[in-house]
Structure formats: structure tokens, C-alpha cells
Ligand binder design. Structure first.
Ligand code: AMP
Length: 430
């Protein structure tokens, strides 16, 4: 049999990488708690039509990057390439109505895209994200951007080291007028556009702004931009967002070129980049915006609730964090490593480990026992903060040796492990 390997574009995550991923998620969840967003879980696979309708038939994600398959009953399913469409589908299915109240939801989990694998781009990757549903207020757009900002701050990324790139693409009405103008402009240079842009000219015209082809970049450089063609009410919405970002001292820049790749966006669209890496091909640390039309699209026009959110790639964010200053927080530390000397000590040692765990410490034991030197080596490899030595001689003398550090040793009475609470010597070693 051929050698078995992880599929191309996927990664196996071992500590400390896996712990760093968990730490990114924890910093995200902390920010969510602060802004009152609550966790939602939806399936990793969905009816393929959810994405063709919700994300857009002519987007790269749907056209080129979906993992689609038929199940045993011939149903067309796809692994989720993103989660917004799934969350909105779930809310519609649960019969949610947003008349008078809003709902703030957060998620994290694996997403799947048949992307070209490279650093920071995988075929299975983790995303964290939020959706705020039920209100058109520009202040809610600001809340979403600030939550994203806070999550990155929680990770120790400095405010000067990141920038929010923000734009408005207006509402559906604005878009109709604007797309006409843009298409007229592009028709003049149609022959010179790359094949992708040519084929999207009538379906997903806005994507020309995302095209990396140098010729296309040049051709669209003087094309009209959406921001100049939005209604005055929608401009006001955008001005409030900008004013608030300004007043909170957020490092931001208006970039009329960002339109975001997915069909469902309206009004505010934004991306957060590490400063100086705005052109990075791996994509942003975080990207999102308003999508007031998605409920209508997914409910056949029956429901019409506004929403705004973002998604952030965990692996991408991981690359931007200075882990040398973070590792202590990110890597799970072991409080106690229990070393066993002698056969009779074994059962007593397991009882002590259990007690340490019940007291709320992390504790592990050397299952191999054997020579003291090898056990100490293994405790070092695990980065244990302190060691307990439990040997036949100690048990006979009714004690346990506790080493809170390399050059310190304290004798504890065996009986203290019968107590409900840990002794002072353990809580604050002398
Ligand atoms: P998008 O859904 O394309 O707006 O992307 C949102 C976030 O997911 C960004 O932070 C991206 O860096 C991240 N992302 C998108 N595609 C991938 C991928 N193939 N691998 C890793 N991260 C990704």
C-alpha cells in the first residue's frame, strides 16, 4: 500500500501549534464575551444549494473551491467553505424573527476550500467569526469591527501593527446603478481583461477589484468606485462608522477598492491586515461587513432582516502573533509531575495524582517509573513546574518529597493528601 499522508492542503496540529490555535480561539471567545456574542454551532456540511445561493454562484468559492459530493441517497452536499450562510439558514429554519430585538452570535470551527495551498492558505482551515442580526444601525457595524480589533489585541498584537481597511459598497439599489456604470466602463476594455474577469463581467463584476492579474489591475485603476455612487443616506451610515473608528483611536484607512469576494455584502465592508502587509496574498487577518440581503436570498424573499459580521482565519492570525512573548500563556503548563520509586509506592502515587487533580491542579505521573534520572528528564521534557517524589522509603516514613523548583525540596506529610484542601506549602511554596 502507498504511504498514507494527510491530504494535500491539510495540516496535522501537534503541541505547541495546536495549543496556539486554541489560544487564538480563547482570545476570540473572551472578546465575544465582552461584547455579548454567544456561541452557535451549525453542521460542517450543508445542502450545496445553500452556498450557490448564499455565497453566490459566480464566486471563486462556489465555482472553484467547494468540496461537493453526493451522499448515499444522492443528495448534493458540500463541506462548508464559510459559516455565515449556514448560520443564517439555521436561524431561518429555527423560525427566528427579529422585530424589536437583535441576536449576537459567534462561531469557530473548520472550513473547507479547494484553495491553492501555500503558507497561511489551507484546504481545511479554522475560522472564528461573528454575526450580529436584526439591526441596521451603523453602531452595530462599529461593534463588529471593535470586537475583531479586541480579539487581535487580546492576542498581544499591538494597535500600531494592524490596520482596518474599510469601504462602503452601498445597498442593493446603489449597486444596480453602480454596476451599470462599472460594466459600461469595463466593456470598453473587455478584450484585454483576463479570462476570469471576462467571464464574470456580467455576473460578478465587482470581483475585478480583487483580481491579482497586473493587466487587470491596470485596467481597473481608473474605473469608477462604488463609494462615489452610494445614496446620501448610505453615505451617512458610512460616515458614522468612520467617525466612531476615529473617536476610538482605531488605526483605519478607507480603501475604495475593497469590495469583498462574496456576493452577499452591502454597506460597510472591511478587512484587518498586519500593517504593511495589505497586499499579502494569504489574505487578511479578518474580513467582514454588512449583508442585509442574505435573509431574503435564503428565504426566497419571505424574510428580510439585516445583519453584519466578520470571519477570521486562525492559521493566518497565528502567523501574525509574536509567540515568544506569548508562549507561557498559550502552552498548557503541567503543575505537577509525579515520580515513582519502588513498587509499593505505585498505588499510593496514583492516589496522590488523583488528589492533585481533584484540588484543581494539572498533574501527570511517570508510568514507566524506573531510574530517577530518566524520570527527571521526562519531567523536564514536559516542562513540569514542580515534581513530587513518591518512593517506598518515603511511604514508610509517612512523607512525600515535593520539589517546587530544581534546588528546593520540601517534605510533606502523607496525611495532607487526605484533606479536602491542599496544604499551604503547595499553594504558596516557601
Ligand atoms: P473570507 O471568508 O475569504 O473573507 O476569509 C476570512 C478569513 O479566513 C481571512 O482571515 C482569511 O485569511 C481566512 N482564510 C480564507 N481562506 C483561507 C484558507 N484557504 N486557508 C486559511 N485561511 C483562510
Amino acid at each position: 500500500m502507498a504511504e498514507l499522508k494527510a491530504p494535500r492542503g491539510t495540516i496535522d496540529r501537534f503541541p505547541p501549534y495546536s495549543e496556539r490555535c486554541e489560544h487564538v480561539i480563547k482570545c476570540f471567545v473572551d472578546a465575544c464575551r465582552a461584547h455579548d456574542y454567544r456561541i452557535v454551532h451549525t453542521p460542517t456540511f450543508e445542502d450545496t444549494r445553500l452556498f450557490t445561493r448564499g455565497v453566490g454562484e459566480s464566486t471563486d468559492i462556489v465555482m472553484k473551491e467547494m468540496y461537493s459530493f453526493k451522499d448515499k441517497k444522492g443528495r448534493d452536499l458540500s463541506l462548508r467553505p464559510e459559516m455565515t450562510a449556514g448560520v443564517i439558514r439555521a436561524l431561518i429554519e429555527a423560525g427566528r424573527r427579529y422585530t424589536g430585538q437583535i441576536e449576537k452570535l459567534a462561531y469557530y470551527g473548520p472550513m473547507f476550500r479547494y484553495d491553492r495551498p501555500q503558507k497561511g492558505r489551507y484546504r481545511e482551515f479554522f475560522q472564528v467569526g461573528i454575526e450580529a442580526i436584526g439591526d441596521t444601525s451603523p453602531y452595530l457595524d462599529v461593534d463588529v469591527i471593535l470586537l475583531g480589533w479586541d480579539y487581535l489585541l487580546n492576542l498581544g498584537i499591538k494597535p500600531d501593527d494592524m490596520v482596518v481597511i474599510v469601504n462602503s459598497i452601498g445597498d442593493a439599489e446603489d449597486r444596480k446603478t453602480y454596476l451599470k456604470i462599472l460594466r459600461e466602463h469595463l466593456k470598453k476594455v473587455e478584450d484585454e481583461l483576463c479570462d476570469d474577469c471576462k467571464s464574470r463581467l456580467d455576473t460578478n463584476t465587482l470581483r475585478v477589484f480583487d483580481c491579482k492579474n497586473p493587466k487587470c489591475k491596470e485596467l481597473v485603476s481608473d474605473a469608477p468606485r462604488p463609494l462615489k455612487h452610494i445614496s446620501s443616506a448610505n453615505r451617512e451610515h458610512f460616515d458614522i462608522v468612520i467617525k466612531m473608528l476615529e473617536s476610538f483611536g482605531i488605526n483605519y484607512r478607507i480603501d475604495e477598492d475593497i469590495v469583498r469576494g462574496l456576493d452577499y455584502y452591502t454597506h460597510t465592508v472591511f478587512e484587518v491586515f498586519p500593517t504593511g502587509e495589505e497586499e499579502a496574498s494569504q489574505g487578511a487577518l479578518l474580513g467582514g461587513g454588512r449583508y442585509d440581503g442574505l435573509f431574503a436570498t435564503l428565504s426566497n424573499g419571505e424574510l428580510d432582516f439585516p445583519a453584519v459580521g466578520f470571519a477570521s482565519g486562525v492559521e493566518r492570525v497565528l502567523e501574525a502573533v509574536d509567540w515568544d512573548s506569548q508562549d507561557k500563556k498559550a502552552i498548557s503548563e503541567l503543575d505537577f509531575y509525579v515520580v515513582i520509586l519502588g513498587d509499593n509506592a505505585k498505588s499510593q502515587a496514583y492516589k496522590i495524582v488523583r488528589k492533585l487533580q481533584q484540588w484543581g491542579f494539572s498533574a501527570d505521573i511517570d508510568y514507566r517509573a524506573g531510574k530517577l534520572k530518566s524520570q527527571f528528564k521526562r519531567s523536564e521534557a514536559r516542562n513540569a513546574k514542580s515534581i513530587m517524589i513518591i518512593g517506598d522509603d518515603e511511604i514508610n516514613a509517612g512523607i512525600v518529597k515535593f520539589k517546587p523548583s530544581k534546588d528546593k525540596e520540601i517534605e510533606l506529610s502523607l496525611s495532607c493528601f487526605d484533606m479536602e484542601n491542599p496544604p499551604d506549602e503547595i499553594m504558596s511554596p516557601p
